[in-house]
Design a binder for this molecule. Sequence first.
Ligand SMILES: CC(C)(COP(=O)(O)OP(=O)(O)OC[C@H]1O[C@@H](n2cnc3c(N)ncnc32)[C@H](O)[C@@H]1OP(=O)(O)O)[C@@H](O)C(=O)NCCC(=O)NCCS
Length: 181
Amino acid sequence: MPTIPLPSPPERARRPALEPARLPTTSADTSAGVRVRRADATDLDALVAMEQRSFSSDLLSRAQYRRHLDSDSALVLVASDGHQHVLGAAVLFFRKGSGVARLYSLATLPEARGRGIAAALLEAAVTAARRRGCRALRLEVRSGNSAAIGLYERRGFHRIGHHPGYYEDGEDAWRYEKPLD
Ligand SMILES: CC(C)(COP(=O)(O)OP(=O)(O)OC[C@H]1O[C@@H](n2cnc3c(N)ncnc32)[C@H](O)[C@@H]1OP(=O)(O)O)[C@@H](O)C(=O)NCCC(=O)NCCS
């Protein structure tokens, strides 16, 4: 059991929107040929499948994804290849009056890992938070998730907190922040 209260998403953060009108449908292709865009309702099946294949606890439900796709305080990004298959996804939350955005979720399908997809999603998330006027982007990550920790630390995130038993299965979380100035 967590030793700290866990608010429900979007308050909580395993995983923080650009104003919909200001977010381009697609962002630039990366060197890996990955395209990142804002998700829409047609991505729901892929998002739910990604969730189930990427996380063992604290999963976002289909209903939660549907809500986040429609919300001004959430931004769901998907990464695809030239064939338009969804290979990765990120979920960001924004809170009114707060200059801190939260990266709640970042995942790449197991068969597409190691191709720069998470890096492209993270870059798009940082850009989105900046455009929204946020001064920082925060996230929580499992203390044993060395792949994700390395990814964040190499992209300017620094550790600002430790939360014992944060996750449903009891694993600790590190909280990270990247200043966006
Ligand atoms: C962590 C995760 C998102 C990485 O996705 P990915 O698309 O394979 O990552 P990328 O190919 O963009 O690689 C990003 C960096 O991480 C490194 N990396 C990726 N997988 C790694 C692994 N298993 N071990 C060590 N480093 C790894 C890459 O070498 C790369 O290094 P760089 O910073 O020098 O560029 C992916 O493994 C995943 O979905 N895991 C399950 C869900 C999860 O843990 N999400 C993060 C916490 S919310």
